[in-house]
Write a protein that binds this ligand. Structure first.
Ligand code: URP
Ligand code: ZN
Ligand code: ZN
Length: 463
């Protein structure tokens, strides 16, 4: 006896078809125009889209950062993700100076196991890339199922790696089938601008953006791409915010290079004027790279539409305004960077993208799920609705209209950067490997139901 999802419209990255879907033993076993009910549990999904469960490639749960710890742990963060239609995520295990990659990964297993509501894998966010850490990479790829490594070009005297280190990492990654991810901002330039601003007594949240200009992101992105080109390596640029960076990625792709880019909901619907909000409210929007002039949003939408950016991540890095963001009340450089976005990643792309006609349904699925599964070695177990794939299915009701608010969201943060946005579309049911975990506004899964996902080696994907 299985679960029969009856009467919906199945949407994958390539097709949109009216079909019934049968789920047995956690996987999809039949997709057909009409499947007889037999002794299956029948779920009426008419009027709804069936999307493959969302895969969030960029989250920071329970992570020490900016003098505090992100407020969502694996229990609250993954449950909130499920409410938004995300059934898998790849979280950044934080490696710090003096630590091994293996220990960072073990620490993240301890944080996640027994708590996660959805399936999860890890990247490593490398805090100090040195010879001994680099020497660990082949083993980590082979034995740990962790195949992507984030290197920082910003956060000087803290996480920032120099060009030699980045280049050596890229070359090694190419040899062992790993994917290097870069946080591309010129940290040296930013360091000068931040010091100068503080010397002048410019301490308000808006100076976070003014000291991290788009040119610093564009320069670092272009430099990382050139280093990857020399190394013969693929590269994944996280959280792309602006024309300067996005165009550098497009140019490289036109030259046939395996360069991939990710953007995030906040860069599509929030902008630099949010830092001007009264009082200290602008601090909610302090993230790196920062929000940009509004015209960049059209650039990013076009890049998504043409698949010149291929992945859509939340960069969920949540802090309370009270007590956490307030660490920087007298100094913008001390405001913990990041915002709570895991729950509304799919909502924002669906409403402003599909509902408002900027992108089609298949592209929505590609950007929120399929492309990510392919880039991080999870496809076709994850990222599609196909016979044999995990039955991670979001039954999405496009007719539901709702208003996003911190008062009703499921994330722990006391703020929501999408506050008051009224959007169409919402999950009616969410299935994780065939188990219904969300039913309308109720979470009906079990704490710890999420399983660890071993990511596969990188192979060049054509989009
Ligand atoms: O501001 C951000 N993005 N915080 C999370 C850490 C990072 O750089 O991704
Ligand atoms: Zn980053
Ligand atoms: Zn991040």
């Amino acid at each position: 006896m299985g679960t029969l999802l009856r009467g919906g419209t199945v949407v994958t990255a390539s097709d949109t078809v009216h079909a019934d879907v049968l789920v047995e033993d956690e996987v999809v076993t039949t997709i057909a125009r009409h499947i007889p009910p037999s002794d299956h549990t029948v779920v009426d999904v008419s009027g709804c889209y069936l999307f493959p469960g969302g895969i969030d490639p960029h989250t920071h749960l329970d992570m020490p950062f900016g003098g505090t710890v992100t407020i969502d742990d694996f229990e609250s963060g993954t449950r909130a993700a499920a409410f938004g239609g995300t059934t898998s995520m790849i979280d950044f295990a934080l490696h710090t100076k003096g630590d091994t990659l293996k220990n960072a990964i073990d620490t993240w297993h301890d944080k996640a196991s027994g708590k996660a509501a959805i399936d999860y894998g890890f990247h490593v966010m490398v805090g100090d890339m040195n010879a001994s850490v680099m020497a660990e990479i082949p083993d980590v790829v082979e034995k740990e199922g962790v195949t992507s490594f984030k290197v920082f070009m910003a956060y000087k005297n803290n996480l920032q790696a120099d060009d030699e280190t980045l280049f050596r990492t890229l070359r090694l990654a190419a040899e062992v089938g790993a994917l290097v991810q870069v946080h591309a901002e010129n940290g040296d330039v930013i360091d000068v601008l931040v010091k100068e601003a503080l010397e002048k007594g410019l301490t308000a949240p808006k100076y976070h953006a003014l000291t991290r200009p788009p040119e610093a992101e564009g320069e670092a992105t272009a430099r990382a791409i050139r280093l990857a080109e020399i190394a013969g390596a693929p590269l994944y640029v996280v959280h792309v915010t602006c024309a300067e960076a996005a165009n550098a990625i497009s140019d490289a792709r036109k030259r046939g290079l395996p360069i991939y880019g990710e953007t995030c909901p906040q860069y599509l619907v929030c902008d630099v004027t949010d830092y001007e909000r009264p009082g200290f409210e602008g601090a909610k929007y302090v993230m790196s790279p920062p929000l940009r002039d509004k015209w960049n949003q059209d650039v990013l939408w076009n890049k998504l539409k043409n698949m010149e950016l291929q992945a859509f991540g939340s960069d969920h890095c949540s802090f309370h305004l009270k007590g956490q963001k307030e660490l920087g009340i007298h100094d913008f450089s001390k405001i913990p960077n990041g915002s709570p976005t895991i729950e509304h990643r799919m909502n924002i792309l669906y409403h402003y993208g599909v509902h408002e006609g900027r992108i089609g349904l298949n592209k929505f699925v590609a950007l929120t799920s399929t492309n990510i599964a392919k880039l991080f070695g999870l496809f076709p177990k994850k990222g599609t609705i196909a016979v044999g794939s995990d039955a991670d299915i979001v039954v999405w009701d496009p007719s539901v209209k709702h208003t996003i608010s911190a008062a009703t969201h499921h994330m722990r943060a006391d703020n929501n950067i999408f506050e008051d946005m009224t959007v169409y579309g919402k999950p009616k049911y969410v299935f994780l490997r065939g188990h219904k975990i969300v039913d309308h506004d109720s979470y009906i899964g079990a704490v710890g139901q999420g399983q660890f996902l071993r990511c596969g080696r990188f192979y060049p994907v054509q989009f």
